[in-house]
Design a protein around this ligand. Structure first.
Ligand code: ZN
Length: 758
């Protein structure tokens, strides 16, 4: 038993909040959420055996949303439940599923969770519940970790818990072995629906289309029960994903504990440059105060590098205070699964007091209750912010969340207008199931699973052209017997094995530590697309608080060799980029959207000292130009401003504003889009600004900009006006050239563009 978890507890979370208010920055918002009482509903048509088991588990009544959702599902209606974190969503699907199994012991259900960790959590919970029902429902996980010998048993279970990757590569291609399962499939449970957006979501829509084809083949028509965090469009999102129209249950009946929420804006050091005390530093300061006082804390930050920087700072502080630095750990993608499972366990058991994470921990992974959440900057979406805030205080008692505003325009905009955030409806989750890279791959997989007949639709769409294309390339074989045209699979390999659902192209770099020459060690991974700007030769790579220097990047074998370096600096790369329109899909006034080619060349990197953030050197990056076909939205500059000498500067200022504001509307990360200004676009023959999906094939973000253009530009105007500077600063327009009132120029530009948006 260590020091913190038991007897010594200096501070309460209330003390930490009071201390934050005494700091020299400004608390621009404090909102107290009173504890809210529960609202209940009845057991409805639930089988008495299941109701009795519930009572034995201490559940006397259902919350209203549980009762409503289970009711719809039992009546055969698809349903999507969108209630807050920790509102007891699992019963919404476990009840109808168990109800169907006690009534028919052959009934089957498929549970899909985005990650293996969530699947394991669910297995434990279902196991306990099923035991109360005399084990009538058998339940198994089926994923990459399931040993071959246990797989046949798993296929016989009533409830099979798996993840999208396994459904894609392990279940659907081998559906014949699952014939009995599919014939009796009554329910498909899709948890964490909101995570299926962007590239992943576009894959999922196609994966569901494949699943439904297989179900139809076996004569099954399962009911879908989906759970989602709060987004602006859970029902519409589910409809695009599933191609079906679910009932929405959005009002939670669960009680919620008392919570305080604060926005803390670090002290403004220089009004003209917008320089503030570093939000990273302030986040570390608040988290260190809490951790040293024994308050369990989760820190959220947006980038992988910031996880490592914060972790380093917190460990140093704990050591200085005579505490164990290993009470806090990092958590992010790129850590190996085994390491992540250990961290989750240690957080639940209280062995760890704190964690610094990216949004990887936003998901419903059970890490026990934490008293304080510190958000380093606005996480980029309202939905995401509420998820992170919801991580504090899951099990009653006072809890608190502090969002530390960074100097970024959007953060400053929200800090100055907290009501905007508190009253905002969350964003829409966007996907584009018709992304050609993604769709063609899934049609191939689906053709392997079952032949396509001429005219057969996929996800509700005509795919005749794709089938013909695949037939021309020898992937499919077209037969024409008695006028019945059918496309059969004819390649040797099976296609799903090489299809990754997590990226449009599917490749990852493996990061290998070669410090000990005789024993190279795999320490992590990185998606191919991010790699050139993060792990080029000479780059500093952080992992688990340790710094490594990249020795070599093997762009053919997708390997990155690193060595332990103990650098006191990190690296930041710069690329040159160009964009070209290849096809226009839509046009409205000065706005358009369509296909584009985006090319970028990483050119140089800066070395930045960890402690002071000063530039201490630079180097060249020697990597070839990478081209990507994607979608973009563009707008040309209004005619009235074409002769303005400050047009170029104003365009760059607006680019800066859009870069920081657009993620708010698109529910995406800053890195999911690229924004460029061109003084003369060869196709448009005018100066133009481009917003492009930073994903091969695009996932609907550019189209979103095209739809939301007026809203987006008005928010940019608001962000500009709310900035404290006089003539433009890095927090809004970017640094203003000498002698130019950039703020006025950008304001005029936005107003002119807005006139063309009506
Ligand atoms: Zn400014």
């Amino acid at each position: 038993m260590h020091f913190f978890a038991s007897d010594k507890k200096d501070l309460s979370v209330g003390d930490v909040v009071a201390w934050v208010k005494s700091l020299d920055g400004q608390v621009t918002c404090q909102k107290d959420f009173a504890a809210r009482a529960a609202k209940y509903g009845g057991f409805g048509r639930l089988d008495e055996r299941v109701a009795a088991a519930l009572r034995r588990r201490g559940v006397e009544r259902l919350y209203s949303h549980q009762s409503e959702a289970a009711g719809w599902a039992m009546a055969g209606r698809d349903v999507v439940v969108a209630t807050p974190t920790a509102s007891g969503k699992t019963l919404c699907y476990n009840l109808p599923v168990l109800d169907s199994i006690v009534k028919d012991k052959n009934a089957r259900a498929l549970y899909l969770f985005p990650t293996k960790a969530l699947a394991q959590d669910q297995l434990a919970e279902l196991g306990d519940f099923s035991a109360e029902l005399d084990g009538v429902a058998t339940c198994r996980t089926y994923d990459g970790d399931t040993p071959a010998a246990q797989r046949p048993k798993a296929r016989e279970a009533n409830i099979v818990i798996t993840n999208p990757d396994m459904l894609n590569a392990g279940i659907l291609p081998h559906h014949a072995r699952w014939a009995d399962f599919f014939k009796n499939l009554k329910f498909v449970v899709v948890d964490e629906l909101h995570t299926y957006r962007g590239v992943f979501g576009s894959h999922m829509a196609n994966l569901f289309a494949r699943l439904l084809r297989v179900c139809e083949f076996y004569g099954a028509r399962p009911v879908f029960i989906c759970c989602s965090a709060t987004t602006a469009n859970p029902a519409a999102h589910a409809k695009v994903l599933l191609g079906r129209e679910p009932r929405l249950v959005a009002e939670s009946g669960a009680p919620s504990p008392e919570k305080q929420f604060l926005i803390y804006d670090p002290k403004l050091l220089d009004k003209q440059t917008g320089l503030r005390r570093s939000a990273l530093f302030e986040t570390a300061r608040i988290a260190a105060k809490a951790l040293c006082g024994g308050v369990s804390t989760i820190v959220f930050t947006r980038s992988r590098i910031n996880v490592e920087l914060l972790l380093k700072a917190l460990r140093k502080k704990l050591a200085e205070e005579g505490e164990d630095p290993n009470l806090v750990t990092g958590y992010r993608s790129g850590y190996l699964p085994k390491e992540r499972r250990r961290i989750e366990r240690d957080l639940r058991s209280g062995k760890l007091l704190g964690v610094v994470s990216t949004n990887a921990l936003e998901l419903g992974i059970d890490i026990g209750s934490l008293e304080l959440a510190v958000l380093h900057g606005y996480p980029g979406s309202v939905a995401s912010a509420w998820q992170q805030i919801g991580r504090a205080g899951r099990r009653g008692g006072l809890s608190a969340a502090v969002m530390v505003a960074s100097a970024a325009p959007l953060d400053q905009f929200l800090a100055a207008r907290p009501q905007w955030f508190l009253g905002a409806s969350p964003e829409q989750a966007r996907i584009d199931p018709a992304n050609p890279y993604i769709r063609v791959n899934h049609v191939r997989c689906s053709a392997f699973e079952l032949p396509f007949h001429e005219g057969e639709k996929f996800a509700g769409e005509d795919i005749g052209k794709i089938l013909d294309y695949l037939a021309e390339h020898g992937v499919l074989h077209l037969t024409d017997e008695f006028g019945d045209k059918t496309y059969y699979w004819q390649e040797d390999s099976y296609p799903a094995a090489s299809l990754s659902l997590r990226s449009a192209t599917g490749d990852n770099y493996v990061i290998i530590d070669v410090s000990d020459g005789s024993r190279p060690r795999v320490i992590g991974s990185m998606d191919r697309h991010s790699a050139p700007t993060l792990i080029f030769q000479g780059a500093v790579y952080f992992h688990g608080g340790q710094s490594y220097t990249v020795e070599e990047l093997d762009t053919e074998k997708l390997r990155c060799y690193v060595k332990i370096s103990n650098s006191d600096y990190y690296t930041e790369s710069e690329s040159t980029a160009r964009i070209e329109i290849t096809e226009e899909f839509g046009q409205s006034g000065i706005f358009g959207w369509g296909d584009a080619v985006l090319a970028s060349t990483p050119s140089m990197y800066k070395k930045i000292r960890l402690t002071t953030h000063e530039n201490v050197g630079q180097g060249k990056i020697d990597l070839p130009e990478e081209e990507m076909e994607t979608t973009a939205c563009w707008f040309t500059m209004p005619p009235r401003l074409l002769d303005s000498p400050a047009l170029g500067a104003a365009m760059n200022g607006l680019v800066n504003l859009i870069r920081n504001t657009a993620p708010l509307f698109l529910m995406c990360d800053k890195s999911d889009i690229q924004i460029h200004a061109r003084l003369k676009d060869p196709k448009l023959r005018k100066p133009a600004i481009f917003v492009a999906d930073n994903v091969p094939g695009g996932v609907g973000l550019a189209e979103g900009v095209f739809e939301l253009k007026g809203k987006l530009l008005r928010a940019c105007r608001d962000a500009l006006d709310s900035c404290a500077c006089d003539t433009g600063c890095p927090a809004c327009t970017g640094a203003a050239p000498e002698g130019l009132n950039l703020k006025d120029e950008v304001r005029e530009l936005i107003d002119e563009v807005l006139k063309k948006c009506m």
